[in-house]
Design a protein around this ligand. Structure first.
Ligand SMILES: [Zn+2]
Length: 311
């Protein structure tokens, strides 16, 4: 379990354990694929390890890492409904079976339904002793303020570039140029970069989707844009994420012309020139807003068409 970056957060959590000053609820937030889940796993192995030190070898650590520890409730549903939260409430009301704590991880906390969030808030207001809950989200503001205010909030940022370069050089034996391209394509998110480098099929698919968006944005034709609706609807969550990635790559290409080299770079440079900074930021905002709307019962086709008309 290699963690790239986030050392301050890990040290803070370790100190909280050492000083017996653990919060009842933590909220981990920051971009996707940068290591929030791995840090959460690392943290819970410190809490559930039979040797109390995240040894990685004892039964406690092994069960924690497989998310099957009897004192761990790992929720990865999306959206998270009221039944899951009722399950959590029951889970933390019971005494720990083998570990000192009952631990709950809620992976996509921003997808709590309103009902579920309300029930969860009540739980946080009267959190049972010996319970530790970790909420993970990519966007802090998708969670109600009342819920956020009950958590110890920890912000995750992108790991330092030098650390990423060192990691990909040593682990995957990549050349400087390959690393540059990989970091550009993954927007320096190690989880995504590792997936792309380990799975050539995923890399192909990812590049195809990116090229699709690049082509449509290059031509900037109203009809072509609307034709993307069906494609996005096929897998709205993934495809909107990819569109957002492309817009962020354009912002990056606009401000750092050394981020990548060669023909690949040229495509982004040329396209980035067509848009000013404000427009790109506004486009990113429109995608985020559409992602937010799609979480509720809106007409998906209409929401995506509105987005495509406006970007
Ligand atoms: Zn252990």
């Amino acid at each position: 379990m290699k963690i790239i970056g986030h050392q301050k957060i890990i040290q803070f959590l370790q100190k909280s354990i050492d000083n017996h000053k653990l919060a009842h609820a933590y909220l981990f937030y920051g971009p996707e694929h940068i290591g929030k889940t791995i840090v959460a796993e690392n943290f819970i192995t410190r809490l559930l390890c039979l040797k109390g030190k995240s040894c990685g070898r004892c039964l406690g650590c092994k069960q924690a890492l497989k998310h099957i520890h009897p004192d761990l409730n790992w929720i990865s549903d999306s959206p998270i409904g009221i039944d899951s939260i009722r399950g959590v409430i029951k889970f933390v009301s019971l005494k720990p079976l083998v570990a000192p704590y009952r631990v709950v991880i809620i992976e996509q906390a921003d997808t709590l339904t309103i009902q579920a969030a309300n029930a969860f808030l009540k739980l946080l207001e009267e959190a049972p002793a010996k319970s530790i809950i970790i909420l993970i989200t990519k966007n802090l503001h998708y969670l109600p303020a009342t819920l956020r205010s009950r958590c110890q909030i920890l912000r995750f940022s992108l790991p330092p570039k030098e650390e990423l370069v060192k990691f990909f050089k040593s682990q995957f034996n990549l050349k400087q140029e390959e690393i540059k391209k990989l970091l550009f394509l993954s927007l320096s998110r190690p989880g995504l970069a590792i997936k792309l480098i380990q799975d050539p099929e995923a890399m192909d698919k990812y590049q195809q989707v990116i090229n699709k968006f690049i082509n449509v944005l290059s031509v900037n034709n109203f009809e072509d844009k609307l034709n993307l609706t069906g494609f996005i609807l096929d897998s709205a969550s993934d495809n909107l994420n990819h569109l957002l990635m492309v817009i962020r790559m354009l912002i990056l290409a606009k401000f750092d012309d050394r981020s990548i080299d060669g023909k690949f770079n040229q495509v982004f440079q040329n396209l980035a020139k067509k848009y000013d900074q404000e427009k790109l930021v506004e486009m990113a905002y429109q995608v985020l807003n559409t992602q937010f709307l799609l979480r509720y019962n809106v007409n998906q086709r209409l929401a995506i068409e509105n987005l495509l008309i406006n970007i």
